[in-house]
Design a protein around this ligand. Structure first.
Ligand SMILES: Nc1nc2c([nH]c(=O)n2[C@H]2C[C@H](O)[C@@H](COP(=O)(O)OP(=O)(O)OP(=O)(O)O)O2)c(=O)[nH]1
Ligand SMILES: [Mg+2]
Length: 140
């Protein structure tokens, strides 16, 4: 052990609300715009929790902003909280199953979206952390 090595700087963990929106055996995915962190990959819609918001409130807001659906916060079920270090960013993926919503999902920021059978998620490329999220989903 080299006791003179400086400690790794403490990076702020970004708290992200992630929504697995379910609809009869399918799940909603969206493609992240190219210019964003992990851009071009598929994701479960969601985004950063802002100050003063609960995770469910943040998730409902992000689902509205990104895919134009109104999720029922009472029908959200916590799946897992996963911390993941991408090297350039550390995220806490606070992931929820969304069992009820209204509205028609569409990519409000022009991003492609799809409803995918849970068994077919392997056909899409996600950020690295999502492998664990998908594993947890399949255990349900
Ligand atoms: N929404 C979402 N983010 C994910 C997933 N997997 C994963 O590693 N992430 C990472 C990528 C980003 O670093 C972070 C989410 O940030 P974001 O860019 O969606 O945040 P946001 O919607 O609030 O966007 P903004 O404030 O930057 O405009 O979490 C996922 O499945 N869904
Ligand atoms: Mg987002």
């Amino acid at each position: 052990m080299d006791s003179t090595a400086p400690d790794k700087p403490q990076v702020k963990v970004i708290h992200v609300a992630v929504g697995m929106v379910l609809n009869g055996g399918t799940i909603l995915i969206a493609r992240r715009p190219d210019h964003l962190h992990q851009g071009g990959l598929w994701e479960f819609p969601g985004g950063k929790v802002e100050e003063g918001e609960s995770v469910q409130e943040a998730l409902a807001r992000e689902l509205e902003e990104e895919v134009g659906i109104t999720a029922d916060t009472d029908a959200m079920e916590s799946l897992t909280q996963l911390e993941f270090d991408y090297g350039d960013k550390v995220v806490l993926l606070d992931t929820w199953l969304c069992h009820a919503f209204s509205g028609q999902a569409h990519g409000k920021e022009g991003q492609p979206i799809e409803w995918v059978n849970i068994n077919n998620l392997d056909n899409y490329t996600f950020p690295e952390a999502n492998a664990t999220l998908i594993e947890k989903l399949r255990e349900k």
